[in-house]
Design a protein around this ligand. Sequence first.
Ligand SMILES: *[C@@H]1O[C@H](CO)[C@@H](O)[C@H](O)[C@H]1NC(C)=O
Ligand SMILES: *[C@@H]1O[C@H](CO)[C@@H](O)[C@H](O)[C@H]1NC(C)=O
Ligand SMILES: *[C@@H]1O[C@H](CO)[C@@H](O)[C@H](O)[C@H]1NC(C)=O
Ligand SMILES: *[C@@H]1O[C@H](CO)[C@@H](O)[C@H](O)[C@H]1NC(C)=O
Ligand SMILES: *[C@@H]1O[C@H](CO)[C@@H](O)[C@H](O)[C@H]1NC(C)=O
Length: 348
Amino acid sequence: MHVVFFVPAVYLLLVTTPFATASRAADYLVIDPNQTCKRARWSRGKMADICNKKPGLLHQIARGIALGQNECQYQFRFRRWNCTTAKRSIKKVMLRDTRETGFVNAIIAAGITYQVTRACTKGEQIGCSCSKRKRKKNNKKKYPQLPEGDWEWDGCGENIEFGIKKSKDFLDTRYKKRSDMKTLVKLHNYVAGRLAIKNYMRTVCKCHGLSGSCTLKTCTRKMPSFREVGNRLKERFDGAAKVIAGNDGRSFEPEGATIKRPGRVDLVYSEESPTFCDPDNALGSFGTRDRTCNDSSQGEEGCGILCCGRGFVPRQEEVQVNCNCTFKYCCEVQCDVCNVTKKINMCM
Ligand SMILES: *[C@@H]1O[C@H](CO)[C@@H](O)[C@H](O)[C@H]1NC(C)=O
Ligand SMILES: *[C@@H]1O[C@H](CO)[C@@H](O)[C@H](O)[C@H]1NC(C)=O
Ligand SMILES: *[C@@H]1O[C@H](CO)[C@@H](O)[C@H](O)[C@H]1NC(C)=O
Ligand SMILES: *[C@@H]1O[C@H](CO)[C@@H](O)[C@H](O)[C@H]1NC(C)=O
Ligand SMILES: *[C@@H]1O[C@H](CO)[C@@H](O)[C@H](O)[C@H]1NC(C)=O
């Protein structure tokens, strides 16, 4: 059997097996826009407006949710709860208010923001324009500085404000009148998710002109990669703060008096997570039996933590990889598909 890859003439691609779960479409969306919209059919407000009048935007929102969910699976691939899309697990997790709930909410809000912004840049007709970054005087704070020299802003930057606005319209507006603890925590984590993009926009500059003569120098604003957003939110997850209801009933505060008040970019939660060690339908836990672990790691993917101290057994797993690749003139790489046995460890 041959797998054929076409590669650009200039460079030869190194052929590797892609990460299987990263690009797979989610089979169940944490927030299913169709379901949400069905319930909102007769209501008013910004969310209902998107549902009823903006199918193009709704489509991008659904893609954004899937983007967030896929990233969640990548970031949690070695954790006891691996952000599975199985409804009977993630649904239970989302009904609570644990660290995991907070992470999923943040990454979904970020995913929608990201996808809507990206669609806008690509010129999809979703009611936006590209960001016109005319630097105003007295507004240096809001607009970043250009580098030294005769650089100017390109007319079109990534319109992150539009993405943030639509993410808010769809996710937040329906909670406007509520101030219970879970809602406050949820809204906080949505903001943290969006800021993981907004605070890390970068200025990218280019020279234009014949053979690098650089007669025109322009700069534009770009989002970080979504992997970077995911990595950052995973760090915030590891350092998330537990909060309790404040005295005024409209805010929360850190559980311990000595703990620093969480900032806008930090993730928060109000309930301890289950261990996810054993199967428990009520908690949406499948347990970690038969999960693959790494016996030389002390981290979350290590057999010690992942198997919850139950131990592990070595197994052999048959995997298919591209092998025996040859470069054919011109320009493709031809590979055989080989079966190799891989030694793995599985939790008992
Ligand atoms: C929502 O409905 C549209 C039209 O019926 C369909 O194309 C789309 O796949 C659905 N999206 C989801 C996430 O189920
Ligand atoms: C996630 O965990 C479930 C059960 O714990 C397991 O069946 C599934 O294979 C895991 N997914 C990945 C991508 O590791
Ligand atoms: C297992 O963990 C060790 C130590 O962290 C690491 O060097 C190694 O690459 C890991 N193995 C796999 C298969 O991920
Ligand atoms: C690699 O390709 C050569 C030539 O097609 C073939 O003779 C050889 O058996 C292949 N090796 C493997 C491991 O598939
Ligand atoms: C690899 O495994 C698959 C299914 O497990 C089998 O159909 C195929 O013939 C195997 N290929 C080789 C080269 O052994």
